[in-house]
Unconditional design. Structure first.
Length: 295
C-alpha cells in the first residue's frame, strides 16, 4: 500500500486508518511523509510496525509534503497560510506606467492560478484592485462548475460598498467578506463585514486577521492585488508564502509599476528569501513559489 501521508491512528469522523490496514492484511506500507499532527506523528507507523507490518518512510517526501501544503502549515504553525500571488515581467513590473496589466502571463499560467484558487479556502484582494479591475475572484476551469471560495476585500474606508462591483453583487456575494477597522455602514449587499483592530498605520491589523481566520477554521488565504497591497503585506511581515509568476517580457521603463518596493536594502544578505522552493513552467511563463525564510 502506498500513501502520501502516514495513516492516522486516532478516532475522528472515521475510525483509525491503522485498524483498516491491519484488518486488510496489508504486509508492506510505503509512506511519503509523517503527519505533523502531534496526536498522530509517528504513532501510526509505530503501531503498524509493532503488528509486523513492514513500513518504508520518506519516499518522495518533498513532493508529498507539497501535496498537503495548507494542512501541514496549519498543524505546525496553528495558523492559516497567508500566501501572496504576483505576476511580473522579467524586470519585475506588474503593470505599465498607465496601469495596464492584462495580461502579463499567458493563458496556461492563468489557468494554474485558477487551480490554486480552488485549493485555497479563501482569496484576498485590496480595495484598489477591487475597484479598478472589478475581479470575480472565482475559479473558472473549462468543463468544471465555477467555484467560489471565501472572498476577502481589504477595504478600510469601505469604498467598495459604494460601487456595484462583482464581489458585492454577483451570485456569490454572500461569500464576500469586507475587512475594515471602521464601524460597518448600513449597505444593501449581502456581503459580510469583519471589523478588526487597526495597526500603527490605521489599517486592519493583519495579525488580528490571521487570528480571526484561525478561529473560523480557514486554513489558508490566497492574496492577490496591486503593489500597494502586496508591499503593505511585506512591510508588516505577515506573508508566509509567495507565488511568483514571471513572463518573458521586458518593459524597461522606470515609471512602470514594480511588484515590490518600499524597503531599504543595502546588502544582499538583507534581502527577503524564499525556501522550500518549487518551480514550474507554463508555456513560456515560469512559476517560482516557496515559503518566506521566517515562516
Amino acid at each position: 500500500m502506498y500513501v502520501t501521508l502516514q495513516p492516522c491512528c486516532i478516532h475522528g469522523r472515521t475510525p483509525p486508518c491503522t485498524e483498516a490496514i491491519l484488518n486488510a492484511g496489508i504486509q508492506h506500507l510505503v509512506v511519503g511523509t509523517e503527519d505533523p499532527n502531534p496526536r498522530v506523528a509517528g504513532r501510526g507507523i509505530e503501531i503498524l510496525r509493532n503488528q509486523g507490518v513492514e513500513v518504508t518512510t520518506g519516499v518522495l517526501e518533498g513532493i508529498c509534503e507539497d501535496l498537503n501544503l495548507l494542512f501541514n502549515h496549519w498543524m505546525r504553525a496553528k495558523s492559516p497560510l497567508l500566501a501572496a500571488k504576483v505576476a511580473t515581467t522579467l524586470d519585475g513590473a506588474i503593470a505599465t506606467r498607465t496601469g495596464h496589466s492584462q495580461w502579463i502571463t499567458g493563458e496556461s499560467a492563468r489557468q494554474d492560478v485558477m487551480l490554486w484558487r480552488r485549493l485555497f479556502p479563501a482569496i484576498g484582494v485590496g480595495s484598489g484592485t477591487a475597484l479598478t479591475d472589478n475581479p470575480k475572484l472565482t475559479s473558472r476551469i473549462p468543463s468544471e462548475p465555477t467555484h467560489c471560495p471565501i472572498r476577502f476585500v481589504f477595504d478600510n474606508r469601505q469604498r467598495t460598498l459604494e460601487s456595484a462591483i462583482h464581489l458585492h453583487t454577483d451570485e456569490f456575494s454572500e461569500k464576500t467578506v469586507l475587512i475594515t477597522t471602521e464601524t460597518p455602514r448600513v449597505h444593501e449587499y449581502s456581503s459580510q463585514i469583519w471589523q478588526l483592530p487597526a495597526d500603527e498605520n490605521g489599517n486592519p491589523c493583519m495579525q488580528a486577521f490571521r487570528h480571526k481566520c484561525a478561529d473560523e477554521g480557514i486554513l489558508g488565504v490566497y492574496l492577490e492585488g496591486g503593489s500597494e497591497f502586496l508591499n503593505s503585506l511585506l512591510k508588516n511581515q505577515v506573508l508566509d508564502y509567495l507565488f511568483a509568476y514571471r513572463a518573458p517580457k521586458i518593459l524597461a521603463d522606470s515609471q512602470s509599476k514594480p511588484a515590490f518596493s518600499g524597503r531599504v536594502t543595502d546588502y544582499l544578505d538583507q534581502a527577503l528569501s524564499l525556501h522550500r522552493v518549487h518551480h514550474a513552467n507554463f508555456g513560456d511563463d515560469q512559476l517560482l513559489r516557496g515559503f518566506f525564510q521566517n515562516s
